[in-house]
Design a protein around this ligand. Structure first.
Ligand code: SF4
Ligand code: SF4
Length: 56
């Protein structure tokens, strides 16, 4: 299981530095999570202003 960033993402970038696994990067139109690196810590969901990261 891993978190995924849905289309509500506004590419604010707040989540990227909060990820202890460096699993988040800027993608095409939204930020994306590398499922192989994500450890389900939930930090990205906690800091996101629009609730875009959700658990699969
Ligand atoms: Fe990174 Fe944690 Fe979000 Fe996974 S849940 S992408 S490890 S901040
Ligand atoms: Fe997108 Fe939320 Fe991350 Fe901002 S904090 S880049 S809106 S997922």
């Amino acid at each position: 299981m891993a978190y995924v960033i849905n289309d509500d993402c506004i590419s604010c970038g707040a989540c990227e530095p909060e990820c202890p696994s460096e699993a988040i990067s800027e993608g095409d139109g939204k930020f994306v999570i590398d499922a192989d690196k994500c450890t389900d810590c939930g930090n990205c969901a906690d800091v996101c202003p629009v609730g875009a990261p959700t658990q699969e």
